[in-house]
Structures are given as C-alpha cells and as structure tokens.
Write a protein that binds this ligand. Sequence first.
Ligand SMILES: Nc1ncnc2c1ncn2[C@@H]1O[C@H](COP(=O)(O)OP(=O)(O)OP(=O)(O)O)[C@@H](O)[C@H]1O
Length: 390
Amino acid sequence: MLNPDPNTIQLTQDDYERYSRHLILPEVGVEGQKRLKAASVLCIGTGGLGAPLLLYLAAAGVGRIGIVDFDVVDTSNLQRQIIHGTSTVGKPKIESAKARILEINPYCQIDLYNTHLSSANALEIMAPYDIIVDGTDNFPTRYLVNDACVLLNKPNVYGSIFRFEGQATVFNYEGGPNYRDLYPEPPPPGLVPSCAEGGVLGILPGIIGVIQATETVKIILGQGNTLSGRLLLYDALKMTFRELKLRPNPVRPVIEKLIDYQMFCGIPQQKENEMEAQKAIAEINVNELKEIIDAGASDYLIIDVRNPNEWEIGRIPNTVLIPLPEIENGNGVDKVKSLLDGKKLIAHCKMGGRSMKALGILKQAGIDGINVQGGINAWSEQIDPAIPKY
Ligand SMILES: Nc1ncnc2c1ncn2[C@@H]1O[C@H](COP(=O)(O)OP(=O)(O)OP(=O)(O)O)[C@@H](O)[C@H]1O
C-alpha cells in the first residue's frame, strides 16, 4: 500500500458524487478515495495497453497521471487504442490521450512527456511517481523500465500482448520478483514478432490493460492480493486464465545502473547484420516491377512472402505466395528452388522488410533475388489504389 497521509487530502462535493460507488465499498471508502487522489502513476506508452488503463485510472480518481510516448496516432491504432479517435489521427498520442482523459475526469493532473524513454531520461522522468505501469511493446524498454524501477524502488505493473494471448504481473513490489527473474536474458533479436508483424485481437490489450489498472488501484488502496509473484497468462481463444509462480532469482545480478538496452537486446548487431545482407541484395521500385509485369514477367518468379491473411487483403498480379515462416523453416526455400527453373527471383511483402529478410535466407541457400522497395503498400500508393493499403 502507498502511504500518503489521508488527513491532508480533502474530497470535494464533486468527488463525493463522482466516486459515490467507490465510497460505499468498504474496501475503498473515503480513506481509499483520498489515497487514490493523493497517488501518482506514470504510464509508459499510450498504445494498446496504455489506452484502456489510462482511461480507468483517470476515471477511478488517481490524482496525478504521467504519460510517456513519442508516437503519433495512426489509423491502424484505432482498432485497439481506444483512448484515441479518428479526429486525433496524426496528432501526438500523449496530447490525444490527455484530451480524452480530461473529458472523463477534469480534476486529474496530467503530465506529458513527448519523448522516447531511454537510459538518459528514465530515472528523472520516473522518480516523481509512486507506481510505474509498463504499456510498451519492446524488449529494450521493458528491461529499462524494470531496472529503473529497481533502482528507484518502485512497483512496475507489467503487461504484454501478442495475437490472442496476454500476460500481466506486478514486478518489484514488496520484495517480489522483477522482470529479470522472469526473463534473465532477452530473446535473440527478431525471434519474437511484434504485433505489427503478427497481428493482435483489438480487444486483447483492453483486457490486459484493465488488469494492469486493477493491480495499480489495489496497490494504491492496499486491498486484495496483487499479482506480485504470479504471472497471469490469458488466452482469448480458449478463454482461459492460468498462473505461473514467479520467485526472485537468488543469484540474479545486482542492478547498479542503467545500461544501453538496445545493445543488451542485441539490436545494433541485428541492424548491422541486416545492413550487410541488404547491401548484397539488389532492389527495384514498384514502377520497375510494373514494367516487368506489363512485359509478361516470363523470365521472373515473383514471390509474396506475406501471410495468407494479408494475401486475402490484396495481391500484385503474377505473384506466388510463399510466406516468410515457410522460408524460415526451409520448406519455402525448396518451393522457390522448384519454381525457379532458371528464372530471376523477385520478392515483396507489405513494406519491404520481410521480403529483404526472406532474400537474405535464400541467398544463404545460394539463390539471389531482387527486393521490391516499399512492398505492396507502395504498389497501392503508386500503381493500383484499388489494392487496400493496410
Ligand atoms: N521507449 C519508449 N518510450 C516511449 N514510448 C514508447 C517506448 N517504447 C514504446 N513506446 C510506446 O508504447 C506504445 C506501445 O503500444 P502498441 O504496441 O499498442 O502501439 P503501436 O506501436 O502504435 O502499435 P503498432 O506497432 O502495431 O503500430 C506505442 O505507442 C509506443 O510509441
């Protein structure tokens, strides 16, 4: 439980009306509502997880909320980032979030940090807050948030999502485990796909974000049992909740300072390797691809390495679907070999990244190919607007 002196906090007449359903709960009451009003919470990321949890924290009467994000609202965010709206597409997410929060609760103090949380600014940004909520989507930031919480001795309310599954827990609370006890080492770069690559059910972050909000409110009130020491695993397709026990690792290394988390997660090495591979792979733009297709493309094998679901959204004529995972597991490499028959290979995907990766794998198998810059989205913009850009 946080420990403000509730006697120094006053509830206003509006507070009594606004929070009446809280005030009649013995577990909240006037004292609990004062604790909520005195509390400060920093939410890192106002995307899928941050959106619902910020709405509920503000509605519950948390007195001060900080929001960190550097991104702007994109139309593809609206399927799940319900704090934002069509009218705020193109605007900074933190501004969009603040406007919506104040609509729900104009008495909440909102602090905005339009920045990338990094080792250089994390301690300063996080220090003034009682609780940190991690709503981000990448490993370097998760390790950064974890280590900064350990150094500052603050609870870290964690959530993560992918496709139909999510996880939530509370780290670094009352001597409990932290993120490094769950994941001592980051996964090899590129192994775990992001939601932008693998997709996510729009409702899923709502469920996990609301669990994070619930844990935050319980810590403030000092009520119930938190998820500290328990990792909650949710599967939306099976509609199951499972729990794993988490314990502090007795021999975990002591965190003494923040480090370079991009480096720790192997991302510069990955970028270097990708750049090396890219240097060796030729590229064409979509206009050049159109000329080849218009001329019959008889000397070419053009592969699309997106997922079958993306293929359903739209496809470039004369292309063969061989999804990247098939190329990664080797079957797709055999398929390319069998179809190639002396032809030149061209590969495309949605934006050009996955096809570059596929061509790198094929190159190692002795097959040279040409990448299409900008992928089918560039084709949709420049050649055929009838194909949906997504
Ligand atoms: N280091 C960081 N500092 C500040 N904000 C961060 C940091 N890392 C991630 N974020 C923010 O966390 C949010 C994560 O949410 P989410 O993955 O749902 O959104 P997204 O990046 O818009 O999604 P997508 O990648 O599918 O387009 C994003 O808004 C992102 O900008």
